[in-house]
Design a protein around this ligand. Structure first.
Ligand SMILES: C[S@@+](CC[C@H](N)C(=O)[O-])C[C@H]1O[C@@H](n2cnc3c(N)ncnc32)[C@H](O)[C@@H]1O
Length: 221
């Protein structure tokens, strides 16, 4: 999963993004999206996806019976998503908006059953992460869930060193090719707790560099 640092390169070629991610993660990215949807989406749910990219997970959620609002800053990624959504026959269930997390303040309180996101928090600044989590909490109905999967900073020094050995050359290559970078998410659980969520589960990959976290907004505050 450490090869997720290549995401930025793929995003600069959105039409190749799905194939590239599938190849580099050996199908892991798609498996993760299916798992997240299977475990958290129920028919009739209203779902918000932060950074929906090419729409893969939004389509899975819609196929599972949800109504999805997906937003993303990249018009090029959304253009690919629009084509895939049309092909899937799910356009009646999915709405897309071109906006960044800064646009979340326009969403109504308590209006979603689930807020989900994969491979996006690693691209956000610290302030954007805090902002996105604060608004995720606000827009979720009481008892609603937050589900995030992303590249994470390993917790032990030995694993961090091993991870850096792989990641630093990839970060340099990414920056040379795209002038952008990603930051493995550090301390996401703490940020989620600070946003007042109760964490229900946290799973880490065997190399400790990928995190899948599910949290809940309390029923009563
Ligand atoms: C690596 S892609 C992941 C796309 C999709 N979620 C997936 O798992 O395939 C990261 C996505 O986050 C989007 N993104 C980056 N910064 C963002 C922001 N501030 N607000 C909304 N989307 C953002 C990018 O445009 C891109 O589509």
């Amino acid at each position: 999963m450490s090869s997720y640092v290549y995401m930025k390169i793929l995003e600069s070629q959105p039409e190749r993004y799905d194939r590239g991610i599938a190849l580099m993660s050996l199908g892991g990215a798609d498996r993760c999206k299916k798992k997240l949807v299977h475990e958290n989406v129920r028919p009739g749910f209203k779902v918000l996806e932060i950074g929906c990219g090419t729409g893969t997970m939004a389509i899975l959620a819609a196929l599972a019976g949800a109504e999805v609002l997906g937003f993303d800053v990249s018009d090029a990624m959304l253009e690919v998503a629009r084509g895939k959504i049309d092909d899937s026959g799910m356009s009646g269930r999915i709405r897309l908006e071109e906006t960044g997390v800064s646009g979340m303040d326009k969403l109504a309180d308590d209006s979603f059953d689930l807020v989900m996101s994969t491979l996006v928090f690693s691209e956000l600044s610290h302030d954007e992460r805090v902002y996105a989590l604060r608004h995720a909490y606000r827009v979720l109905r009481p008892g609603g869930r937050l589900a995030i999967a992303d590249e994470a900073r390993p917790e032990t020094l030995a694993r961090r060193l091993a991870h850096s050995a792989i990641r630093i050359p990839l970060l340099i290559a990414t920056f040379v090719l795209t002038q952008t970078t990603t930051r493995a998410v550090d301390g996401l659980s703490d940020l989620v707790l600070e946003a007042r969520f109760r964490i229900e589960s946290e799973e880490r990959s065997s190399l400790d560099s990928f995190l899948y976290l599910v949290a809940r907004k309390e029923e009563k505050e």
